[in-house]
Write a protein that binds this ligand. Structure first.
Ligand SMILES: [Zn+2]
Length: 496
């Protein structure tokens, strides 16, 4: 495996592409205008306690007040599970009465665990965590946990021993060992601990010197975060096309991951970095619903708010003779492509995959295994069910950031996100009905219809007899006029 990280920086945005053997696998975009807030730490003020919801609204200086649930409030007396799963933050304890924990006007140190979405404010926790490369630091919780994604019991206990030996005696907090730590040694932890403790003490200094509501710390920017998170040994090279970001990243690496500092490179070539790897074309394709596979088969990916469906189709006619075999191969090819597309598009939540029906049980098992194998490359946790009798697989993929489409697109203003426009014919009939309605309500001498050129043409051509019949019926003339700026669904009827 040869993975490269490509970092494209402009004043407006940072884009990071993870490329494996020249093929784009993952893309993250961060716009300076709206960087995510997850991980940011604030000194907030409790504005309202909501006993009915066991929660409180906290002002952290953002447009909308943020939301703090009682379950996300750290209590000194609470017993934490030693084996903490970093994906599901500690929080399976009994929910305590929010009124005993918070009161209006109280200042609280909080961290964002969920970005504001739509009309919902950010979600907060008082369980502060600082992610490092191998560890997550919990300054208030003196425990050690291991990510559940490290499965081997021997490795889990080895890592714990290595970590215990690396933690300084004066440490008041605790650490969670991240998945990436698999196989690392004592000294790797020492560097990470040192970085996290320095970061925490700078946060504490800032906390003392500021007044609420205000931001105390923002998570590392996307370039640094990606380096911290994915600089596993697989990454052979990091190419950054901005001198400034390159220098910042280099100094970050010196402090935290010195062993990879020599894999970083400032790209100053003439051709845009993403063009070198066809990343722009791949992004364009990742926004389409149709994905064509090498064999000519294709996927249709339909993303709705509630769930995503993936339909697998053979391209063209499948001969009788090798039908079963062709279907099996198409499904195998699709399994790998689906895993990659879900990762690239960053689609979260429920995903229903409709493979082409297979009769052979062994074929089903192998397609299932191919999908299981393919999702292992994904850093975001996925789960899949067995292929059902109808050839359906339910896949869940943890929702992390916004999907690629949510990041780059907005609903179409022509069709209002339906993905369809009413036909010119439908609009013609709407117009004709509207004229009947208005001719009864208002005493006009004549009517002028303003419509898009397409609709006007139809009214004067195919629908001209309907129009003439209507003129006769209402006893008044109807004039049709094209309005070039109108969209197909737009029209006005003017009474004169
Ligand atoms: Zn549209």
């Amino acid at each position: 495996m040869s993975e490269e990280l490509l970092i494209n920086v402009t004043p407006q945005e940072i884009r990071v592409a993870l490329v494996d053997n020249g093929v784009l696998q993952e893309l993250q975009v961060e716009r300076s205008g709206h960087r995510g807030l997850v991980g940011n730490i604030y000194k907030g003020v409790v504005r309202r306690v909501l006993p009915g919801m066991q929660a409180a609204f906290v002002d952290v200086g953002l447009d909308r007040t943020a939301f703090l649930h009682a379950a996300d409030i750290q209590d000194d007396s609470e017993e934490l599970n030693g084996e903490t799963d970093i994906e599901t933050r500690p929080g399976h304890h009994e929910v305590r009465n929010v009124c005993t924990l918070l009161h209006e006007g109280q200042e609280v140190l909080v961290q964002v665990i969920k970005d504001p979405v739509g009309s919902k404010g950010a979600r907060l926790t008082t369980r502060i965590t600082l992610p490092g490369r191998y560890l997550v630091y919990m300054p208030f919780v003196p425990r050690i946990g291991v990510s559940t994604r490290i499965e081997s019991p021997e490795e889990r206990s080895r890592l714990k021993d290595e970590l215990k030996a690396a933690i300084p005696a004066d440490e008041a907090g605790g650490y969670i060992i991240r998945t990436l730590a698999e196989g690392v040694e004592h000294q790797d932890f020492v560097g990470d601990i040192d970085f996290l403790r320095r970061l925490w003490s700078s946060i504490r200094r800032q906390l003392e010197n500021s007044s609420a509501p205000c931001q105390i710390h923002s998570d590392l920017n996307l370039a640094m975060r990606m380096m911290r998170d994915v600089m596993s040994d697989n990454i052979e090279r990091v190419r950054i096309d901005s001198r400034e970001t390159y220098e910042a990243a280099a100094s970050f690496c010196q402090r935290v991951i010195p062993e990879v500092a020599d894999r970083m490179e400032h790209y100053s070539g003439e051709r845009p970095l993403f063009d070198l790897y066809n990343v722009e074309d791949e992004i364009e394709r990742a926004l389409q619903s149709r994905v064509t596979l090498k064999s000519g088969a294709y996927l249709i990916i339909d993303q709705t708010e509630a769930l995503t469906t993936v339909d697998v189709n053979t391209g063209g006619f499948v001969g009788r003779r090798n039908q079963e075999d062709t279907i099996f191969k198409t499904n195998l090819e699709a399994a790998a492509a689906i895993a990659r597309q879900m990762r690239l598009r960053n689609i979260g939540g429920m995903i229903i995959i409709d493979f082409i029906d297979m009769d052979d049980e062994e074929h089903k098992r192998r397609v299932q295994r191919a999908l299981e194998k393919a999702i292992q490359n994904d850093r975001t946790r996925c789960n899949i069910t067995q292929i059902s009798a109808l050839g359906l697989v339910e896949m869940t993929r943890k929702r992390t950031r916004e999907s690629l489409r949510q990041t780059l697109c907005e609903p179409c203003s022509y069709c209002h996100g339906r993905g369809f426009l009413k036909t010119a014919e439908t609009i013609c009939y709407e117009i004709l009905r509207e004229i009947v309605r208005e001719s009864r309500a208002y005493p006009a001498e004549r009517f002028v219809v303003l419509a898009s050129p397409m609709v006007m043409e139809k009214l004067l051509d195919e629908e001209s007899t309907s129009l003439a019949a209507l003129e006769e019926f209402i006893g008044r003339p109807i004039k049709v006029q094209a309005e070039a700026t109108y969209t197909q669904e737009q029209y006005d009827i003017i009474l004169m």
